[in-house]
Design a protein. Structure first.
Length: 133
């Protein structure tokens, strides 16, 4: 991830500094303690907390998401995190954005097959998804 792609997570930093009044090290220790209570296998460190706050980690792994939500008392969506997405262009040059969640990918595949059965050609289908995603 380039420096220009990084967006600091000010929400998690505000919670740590203002609401909990903890250093990064103390917050990492609190995460580890909460993880142990929840029987989650995570090993947070001061560096990990820094990476969360600095935007190096845009969306933590599931176990970390569960622990962060419990520790902060909020759903992960309210902690300043957002699922990552793949983007680029396909072989015909059409832009795409594909959610990484498998359920959404499968929904797109089913929808494309449905529109193909209706007689839409590949280009029409790509144009449809380009505008809808």
């Amino acid at each position: 991830m380039s420096a220009s792609d990084k967006v600091p997570n000010l929400t998690i930093r505000r919670i740590r500094e203002i609401e909990l009044q903890e250093t990064r090290s103390q917050f990492a220790d609190a995460l580890a303690q909460k993880a142990a209570e929840m029987s989650e296998s995570v090993s947070p460190s001061e560096r990990y907390v820094a990476r969360l706050e600095d935007g190096d980690i845009r969306f933590p792994q599931p176990a970390y998401r569960r622990v962060l939500s419990q520790l902060c008392g909020r759903p992960i969506s309210e902690l300043g995190f957002e699922p990552e997405r793949l983007s680029g262009t396909d072989s015909d040059g059409y832009p795409f954005v594909v959610p990484l969640r498998l359920r959404e990918i499968e929904s797109i595949r089913r929808a494309r097959a449905f529109y193909k059965e209706l007689g839409f050609n590949t280009v029409d289908t790509k144009r449809f998804y380009r505008t809808e995603l």
